[in-house]
Design a protein around this ligand. Structure first.
Ligand code: HEC
Ligand code: HEC
Length: 332
């Protein structure tokens, strides 16, 4: 009893979320735990960088352009549009819960979020800002230099500082407390009977063999078109593009199904417009079965229970340009 007055608001929240995070049902799908960073200043810097279009050559594209955090962490386009309106080759995956995966990108070519974040800044079809220029832009903004100095004890901004801070911010973008998590924690009424039938089917039909873990995906690379080939216009060949090994052709990272109702269109080429369509294709190409209308309704009802709490946040106020901050070049 004596202790109670000493419990701060923050530790009270931590205790509540620990209690809250107990999964009582023993299922192959695990609940998502909230992420508590021990470096909040780094999270704040990463958040500013995530929203800062000065990290692009045009001055108008930020990470948030293609990974809209006010919606599902994607751009909801078939394939992304980047610098000078160029179409990228693949669909933008969500950044929500991306920290729960074994690797980043459809083909897993980045092993973690730090490595990943360097990619889009310099990619021609994305932000098109060479890394040396990106670093000098951030170095030219006194408010960023101050933060880097405080967090890393360095006066000189490096690409590692930028990607390290962005990655720490991204780790906060987990979405706990979905209706399905509430059900996993023992609340029988959290999901409908139809959704529960969908979950049983999801396990019995074999979806769970690939879409498992807390993110229902992100833990393995699997062949797209296991029992019948997948036809696509996209040049992407999955893991093959990374390893050059024939056995890796069309092996893609199994995407997360968390918040999947917010991340349409689906698949690496964005070819499936609806969740029903994506589910039917999965049945046919991965499991060799045609689902009935009723089965599709059940599977979709289950996947609808996977939308969790998205981080409520204030839009960051970005630090002002310094005297040397270069002007953007939208048409270069
Ligand atoms: C022009 C649109 C665009 C911009 C801008 C962009 N991304 Fe992406 N992002 C994509 C696309 C498309 C992919 C998938 C590419 C692939 O797999 O080859 C992706 C992949 C990712 C992934 C991997 C997710 C997963 O599940 O594999 C993360 C994380 C990510 N981006 C974060 C960022 C960050 C951080 C920034 C800013 C520094 C950023 N993105 C800027 C379009 C964009
Ligand atoms: C053999 C492994 C495997 C099985 C079984 C499987 N999936 Fe998938 N699933 C994948 C892979 C790999 C992808 C990505 C394919 C691509 O984009 O080319 C995917 C993609 C998806 C997507 C699209 C997600 C997105 O964000 O683009 C949905 C939805 C989906 N699966 C649902 C299901 C359902 C429902 C079942 C069961 C009926 C199922 N999957 C069975 C491996 C599997």
């Amino acid at each position: 009893m004596k202790l109670i007055p000493f419990i701060t608001a923050a530790s009270a929240i931590a205790i509540v979320s620990l209690v809250h995070a107990q999964q009582v049902r023993n299922e192959p799908v695990k609940i998502i735990e909230p992420y508590v960073s021990d470096t909040p200043e780094k999270v704040e810097l990463g958040k500013q960088l995530f929203f800062d279009p000065r990290l692009s050559m045009s001055g108008i594209i930020s990470c948030n352009t293609c990974h809209n955090l006010s919606y599902g962490g994607t751009d909801n386009l078939k394939t992304s549009i980047g610098h000078k309106w160029q179409a990228g080759p693949v669909n933008s995956p969500t950044v929500l819960n991306s920290s729960l995966q074994i690797a980043q990108f459809w083909d897993g070519r980045a092993s973690n979020l730090e490595e990943q974040a360097a990619g889009p800044i310099a990619a021609d079809v994305e932000m098109a800002l060479p890394h040396t220029l990106a670093v000098s832009v951030i170095q030219s903004i006194p408010g960023y230099v101050d933060q880097v100095q405080k967090i890393y004890g360095d006066d000189q901004v490096t690409l590692d500082h930028i990607t390290d801070a962005i990655a720490e911010f991204e780790r906060t973008l987990v979405t706990p407390n979905a209706p399905f998590d509430q059900w996993l924690m023992g609340d029988d009424d959290a999901i409908s009977a139809t959704a529960l039938a969908g979950y049983d089917l999801f396990k019995n039909a074999g979806c769970i063999a690939c879409h498992y873990g807390e993110a229902l995906g992100g833990k393995s690379f699997m062949k797209m078109g296991l029992v019948a080939p997948y036809e696509s216009d996209s040049p992407a060949q999955g893991r093959f593009d990374v390893t050059g090994q024939e056995m890796d052709r069309f092996m893609f990272k199994v995407p997360t199904l968390r918040n999947v109702t917010l991340t349409q269109p689906y698949f690496h080429d964005g070819a499936a417009e609806t969740l029903e369509e994506a589910t039917q294709v999965m049945g046919q190409l991965q499991l060799g079965r045609d689902f009935t209308e009723q089965e599709l309704t059940q599977l979709v009802a289950f996947m609808e229970t996977l939308t969790g709490d998205r981080l409520q946040m204030m839009l960051p106020i970005l630090p002002e340009n310094g005297p040397e901050t270069p002007a953007p070049s939208p048409f270069e």
